[in-house]
Each structure stands twice: as structure tokens, then as C-alpha cells.
Write a protein that binds this ligand. Structure first.
Ligand SMILES: *Cc1c(COP(=O)(O)O)cnc(C)c1O
Length: 354
């Protein structure tokens, strides 16, 4: 029986996307060949890459706004380095809102001067830092729009003239948003976009070729953009699966459509966390993530009872990250609201039993 998959990543994908990907592995569109045995230079695969780039830009509302979509390897983690390599000339500002931001800062420091403008480390990253000064002489300000581990999310971007760069690994394509406020953003596919093995980078064409240093070809956005994401052999399977998922989003009302669903799911789980005296939310109310809901038991000694309830209900992937403890319900685009209801029913049942 199919489980209710609350995994933080690699994470749930729509059933029809997984079926389409499986079918293409056997045979791609009557070509007599498998998706994973054709040349990436074939007309079939070129069309797949082109559509994936185009549809990304279109869904994000960035058509005719001078942005380029590139599919790369190395995960979001390599982007921590590449952003600085390509964009940091003098100094950059970073907001530290969690584990991934901390890692981004560490990598950027290899390249140049990094100023940590704000941090929520003082409260184990349970809020989004606000109200700090942004110097106007930094090359860019880097932030993590959704903190997958701690369950916090920016509801709006800082108001500033400096270029904004964002790690959107766990909330890209989850909501309508003015993406054109960002000069560059990136996302590892395996949270809300597709299987692991590919990373989407969206960058303003005017941000290419920004710095004077020599950049190794594989790490150079301009080289990768000019080669249309085919400087070397791209990961054909993840790119194709991402494309199927983008089509699924498109057919489900685009970002407005998935956002409306995501809002309903988030309201359902957070209402129960707040109503049920046996649970407490981890993140500050204003900063709660619509993708990863983090919560703890008010009495840890009852964990065995709750754990056996959700295990029996066929729920998977609910354990919190070790740095937060408790539970994390990742409710990405593909998770049906019925699965959230099953979890909420377990929470209510727990209240009766405990
Ligand atoms: C998972 C995650 C990463 C790391 O992604 P990799 O593709 O494994 O390198 C970075 N940032 C955020 C916000 C994430 O959720």
C-alpha cells in the first residue's frame, strides 16, 4: 500500500510524474529507445531540455524579463560556492537562518569577504531575522527563503536596492511570488521539483560575467548558460522528470493553483498543532513554513504512543531533523490534502489516548 509520504527530501512526487518517468525509462515517446540510453545531443533530448528551461521561466513569471534557466549538477550545496565564485567581487551580505545558510556562508568565505548581517542562531533558528541594516555597497544579499530543517519561511523579501540571491531549494514552485525581485536563485530538485541529481539555477542575464576572477568552466554560469545546460552531459533522467513535474504544476493551475492547495494543507496541520494541547509548534507563528511544519510533543515521554499511531496509519518520513527533534511534516506540492488529514486524525486520536 502506498504510504503517506511526509519526507523532507528526496520527497514525494505526483504519481503521474513517477509513472511518466518510469515509462520513459522503458521507452521515450515511441523512439524505440530508453530515455537513459539516448544521446543528450539528440533532437528528442534537446527538446526536453529546452522545454524544461522555458517552462521554468514561464511558471515563475519571468518571461521576457531577461532571465536564464540553467540545469546543473552538484546539488544546492555546490551553488553555495558557485554563487560567490560568480557574483562576489568585493563583499557579500548573508542572512543566517539555519543549517543551509550556515553552509552557504562557509563556502562563500572561501571566495571573498562575507558579512553575516543577521542570524537567528540565538534561538536555534526558530524565526526569520528581520529589521537589520543592509549596507548598500555589498555585491549581493544571500538568503534561504525556506529553512527546510527548522520550518521557517520568508513571507516577503527584504526591501533593498542591492541584488538579492536566494536558496529556494525547498519552496521553489510552491507559491506565486515576485521572483523578479531576485537577481539569482537556485534549488536542488529533490524537495519540491523532481528527483535528486539536478539543480535549477535562474539568473538574470545581466548578472552573468560580473566578476574579474578566472572561473573554472564547470563552475561558470556564463559558460553553462551559453552551452544551454549542456556544457557536459546533463543528468537526463532528473531533467526529464522535472519537466514532467513542471507540466503537472502547469496543468494544476500553475503556481496560484498549487499555492491555494498548499495554503489549505498548511492551515490544516497548523490548526491542529495549535489546538491540540499535546503538541507545540517550533517556529514563530509569523515565520511558519508552508512546506515543512515542525512541531514537538509537550510531553516527550508520550512519543512511543504517538509514533505507533502514525506508523499504523501508514505515514512515513515524519521524524524531525536531529537539530530540532520532534516531528517535521513536509507538505510539498505533490502531497495530497488527504494525507495531511490522516496525520491530523492521528494527532486527535493521540489526544484521546494519552
Ligand atoms: C536540501 C537543501 C539543500 C542541500 O541540497 P543538496 O542538493 O543536497 O546540496 C540546500 N538548501 C536547502 C534550503 C535545502 O533544503
Amino acid at each position: 500500500m502506498k504510504k503517506h509520504n511526509f519526507s523532507a527530501g528526496p520527497a514525494i512526487l505526483p504519481r503521474e510524474v513517477i509513472e511518466g518517468a518510469a515509462k520513459a525509462v522503458l521507452e521515450l515517446d515511441n523512439t524505440g529507445l530508453s530515455l537513459i540510453e539516448i544521446s543528450h545531443r539528440s533532437s528528442e533530448f534537446k527538446a526536453i531540455m529546452e522545454e524544461a528551461c522555458l517552462l521554468s521561466i514561464k511558471l515563475l513569471g519571468l518571461e521576457k524579463k531577461g532571465y536564464k534557466a540553467i540545469f546543473l549538477q552538484g546539488g544546492a550545496s555546490l551553488q553555495f560556492l558557485m554563487t560567490a565564485y560568480n557574483l562576489l567581487e568585493n563583499k557579500a551580505g548573508y542572512i543566517n537562518s539555519g543549517t543551509w545558510s550556515t553552509k552557504a556562508i562557509k563556502e562563500a568565505k572561501i571566495i571573498g569577504e562575507v558579512i553575516e548581517l543577521a542570524s537567528s542562531k540565538d534561538q536555534n533558528f526558530n524565526y526569520i531575522p528581520k529589521g537589520f541594516e543592509i549596507p548598500n555597497d555589498i555585491d549581493y544579499l544571500h538568503l534561504t527563503t525556506n529553512n527546510t530543517i527548522f520550518g521557517t519561511q520568508y513571507k516577503s523579501l527584504p526591501d533593498t536596492e542591492v541584488p538579492l540571491v536566494a536558496d529556494m531549494s525547498s519552496d521553489i514552485f510552491s507559491r506565486s511570488f515576485d521572483y523578479s525581485k531576485l537577481d539569482m536563485f537556485y534549488a536542488g530538485a529533490q524537495k519540491n521539483m523532481g528527483p535528486s541529481g539536478v539543480t535549477l539555477v535562474i539568473i538574470k542575464e545581466s548578472s552573468l560575467n560580473k566578476v574579474n576572477r578566472v572561473i573554472p568552466s564547470m563552475l561558470n554560469y556564463e559558460v553553462q548558460a551559453k552551452a544551454e545546460s549542456m556544457f557536459n552531459t546533463p543528468p537526463v533522467f532528473p531533467v526529464y522528470t522535472v519537466l514532467l513535474n513542471l507540466r503537472w504544476i502547469s496543468n494544476n493551475g500553475g503556481l496560484e493553483g498549487v499555492e491555494a492547495q498548499n495554503d489549505k494543507k498548511a492551515a490544516l496541520i497548523y490548526n491542529e498543532i495549535d489546538r491540540n494541547p499535546l503538541f507545540e509548534g517550533f517556529a514563530h507563528l509569523d515565520d511558519r513554513s508552508n512546506m515543512n511544519a515542525t512541531f514537538n510533543l509537550t510531553d516527550d515521554k508520550q512519543a512511543g504512543v504517538f509514533d505507533s499511531l502514525w506508523n499504523q496509519a501508514n505515514i512515513s518520513g515524519l521524524k524531525g531533523h536531529r537539530s530540532v527533534g520532534g516531528y517535521r511534516a513536509s507538505i510539498y506540492n505533490a502531497l495530497p490534502i488527504e494525507s495531511v488529514q490522516v496525520l491530523v486524525d492521528c494527532m486527535k486520536e493521540f489526544e484521546k489516548k494519552a
